[in-house]
Design a protein around this ligand. Sequence first.
Ligand code: HCS
Length: 152
Amino acid sequence: KMNVESFNLDHTKVVAPYIRLVGVTTGTNGDKVYKYDLRFCQPNQEHMEMPGLHSLEHLMAELIRNHLDNVLDIGPMGCQTGFYLSILNNDSFEEVTLAFEKTLLDVLIATEVPACNEVQCGWAASHSLSDAQQIAEQMLAKKHSWPNVFSE
Ligand code: HCS
């Protein structure tokens, strides 16, 4: 049975925001998938509302791929406190952090949410660009604490 790493993380001990390498999975040909926990909100104390979270997902999904190769997915956690980022064959925490910062800066100046229509999205009515930008701004303001999972 495969282990769900996140279920073994003590969510009462972490101090958001932070960027945490969840794990590395090596395929049979040696390719490596790096999975990150991008935690925006303190678990069980705050969360992102769905429209802003959803728009932030669309914006980051498009924009982070301009700054980082081999992004497999950036997708929201069901608890609405953060996102998972999975990338292929890039072991650099610094590169990921820099790309994430550039992505959030791009979000601040975005004028529309990509793909927020019924052809390209499964819940096109649930979007908010201004909420997404507010979340990005708050996250950027705490950039100093991103590398620290268990402290400020
Ligand atoms: N989370 C997806 C986009 C879904 S709308 C991705 O590819 O990063």
